[in-house]
Structures are given as structure tokens and as C-alpha cells.
Design a binder for this molecule. Structure first.
Ligand SMILES: C[S@@+](CC[C@H](N)C(=O)[O-])C[C@H]1O[C@@H](n2cnc3c(N)ncnc32)[C@H](O)[C@@H]1O
Length: 256
């Protein structure tokens, strides 16, 4: 079910694509001369899609791999020594295939693609999917990022359904899970994103069962991202973990 999100385009030139999305998702469309109510608003402007709340002080959330904090981080360069890269088993000459079952705003999928992993990214919220697809499309126009974008296959799909019907030949080396967790970080930016996320995505209450399913589908390992002091997902202790100051990557080996 898609929650109360309004779609808007202030620029008359962008009303057609905004209407197209609103129609596909069955959401109300607001144009330049109308004010949507104070619910989350998905707006299309010259920079692409953004999710915000009308009248809120913070900037809306958009996926930007080119500029902003993410762009800056990726310009500094990321390599196989990143905790996430180590957690998925990337090392000299080895770049595992990864199925990111909870793609969200795509930061982790993008990092993995930048270091050379082919990534199948699944996001079940059509709103979050719209933001991520838009960010990837803009990144694809940057020569230095285009090859990373080309390694990511993004689908708007529920990971449970995809994993249940996965053909043996399509099993990835690694399945990556980053389900929502309450109060996972204290920074204002994350708080803002989490508030909006909860409004449009809800809680990932099925994450425990997604882990059990993933363990039967990953060729080599399942990696779960958790806040550093959080209990294990499904109460299941991992084989080992990559631990950073605020984040932990729990690694479950699945054989092969
Ligand atoms: C915490 S966010 C992931 C953040 C992401 N790792 C990143 O780097 O931006 C969790 C996301 O997983 C999605 N999600 C949760 N369960 C899912 C499922 N079964 N299938 C697909 N997407 C799912 C939610 O809609 C949400 O957008």
C-alpha cells in the first residue's frame, strides 16, 4: 500500500512526467498554483525528484551521488578496505555479485558498484524507488560514475517475492540486508530521512524472516547492517562482524 504522499511539479514544463508518475502510483497531483496539504510531498524540479514535507525547515531528501555529502565521499574514492566491501568479501581480484534486498536511497549499493561489484538492487517502496532511480539516472550522465551505475540493476520489487522465486542460476554470491532500525543514528540528517522514511515506508517488520530466506539463497554469505550496539537480526549470531564506530556489518557464511 502506498501512503499519503502528494506529487507536485511547480514548473509547468514538468507537469507531464509528474502526472505520469502520479497516475501510475494512484497519488494526487498538485500543480504550480495549488498547495498540497502538510503531508509528504514528492516534487519534481529541474534537479529531479525530491521527498519533503511542505513548510518543513529541512531540505527535501533527494538521491545525489554527484554532489552533496555522498558525491563528496565518492569523489574522495572508495576501495575494498571499506568495512562494507570487506563484509561482502571483496578483496584483490574478487568482486562478488551482490543482491541488495533493501536498496533504500542506494548509498550502500552505489558504494559496492563503485568498487566493482555487480549489484541487483531491490526496493519495494515505489516512492523510494522513484528517488533512487532518479539519482542513478543523474549519476549515469557523469563520465566518472557511469560505469558504477551500469553495474546496478534496480528493480521496484519485494525482496521476499524475488528470493522465493529465484532460479538457481540467478543466486548471488552475497545477499545484503539493511532493514530499518529505530533511532539508528543521532545526526540531524539521518533523523530527517528516518522520519520521512517511516512516513512513506513504515517499519520493516518482516526483516527477521527475510534473513532466514536470504540464508537459503546466498551462495557465499548474507551481510546485515546494524547499529553497532543493536541486537542481532532474528536473534541469530553471525559468524563474524565488521565493526565501525556506529555501524556493524554482521556476516553469515552460507557455504560454497
Ligand atoms: C534502511 S533503508 C536501506 C538504506 C540503504 N542501505 C542505503 O544505503 O541507502 C531500508 C529500505 O529497505 C526497503 N525494504 C525493506 N524490506 C524490503 C523488502 N522485503 N523488499 C524490498 N525492499 C525492502 C525499505 O522500503 C527501505 O527503503
Amino acid at each position: 500500500m502506498i501512503p499519503n504522499v502528494n506529487v507536485e511539479a511547480r514548473d509547468p514544463a514538468l507537469i507531464a512526467p509528474a502526472r505520469d508518475l502520479a497516475t501510475r502510483l494512484g497519488l494526487p497531483l498538485f500543480a504550480a498554483d495549488q498547495s498540497p496539504p502538510a503531508e509528504p510531498v514528492l516534487s519534481l524540479d529541474a534537479q529531479g525528484w525530491a521527498l519533503g514535507v511542505r513548510g518543513a525547515r529541512e531540505n527535501p531528501v533527494r538521491v545525489d551521488f554527484v554532489g552533496g555529502t555522498q558525491g563528496h565521499r565518492f569523489r574522495q574514492g572508495v576501495g575494498p578496505r571499506e568495512p562494507l566491501a570487506r563484509a561482502v568479501g571483496a578483496r584483490e581480484g574478487v568482486r562478488p555479485t551482490v543482491l541488495d534486498a533493501t536498496a533504500g536511497l542506494g548509498r550502500d549499493a552505489f558504494l559496492l558498484a563503485l568498487i566493482g561489484c555487480p549489484v541487483r538492487a531491490l526496493e519495494r517502496s515505489p516512492i523510494v524507488y522513484t528517488l533512487l532511480a532518479d539519482g542513478l539516472a543523474r549519476a549515469a550522465r557523469e563520465a566518472r560514475l557511469a560505469s558504477a551505475v551500469a553495474r546496478i540493476g534496480l528493480e521496484c520489487a519485494c525482496a521476499r517475492a524475488v528470493l522465493e522465486s529465484l532460479l538457481p542460476a540467478d543466486r548471488p554470491d552475497v545477499i545484503y540486508l539493511d532493514p530499518m532500525f529505530p533511532e539508528r543514528e543521532k545526526s540531524a540528517l539521518v533523523k530527517k530521512e528516518m522520519r520521512l522514511f517511516r512516513a512513506v515506508v513504515g517499519e520493516d517488520d518482516d526483516a527477521d524472516s527475510l534473513l532466514s530466506l536470504a540464508l537459503t539463497r546466498a551462495r557465499k554469505r548474507v551481510v546485515v547492517k546494524r547499529p553497532v550496539h543493536a541486537p542481532f537480526l532474528a536473534g541469530l549470531p553471525p559468524h563474524h562482524a565488521q565493526t565501525g564506530p556506529s555501524i556493524r556489518f554482521d556476516v553469515y557464511l552460507t557455504g560454497e
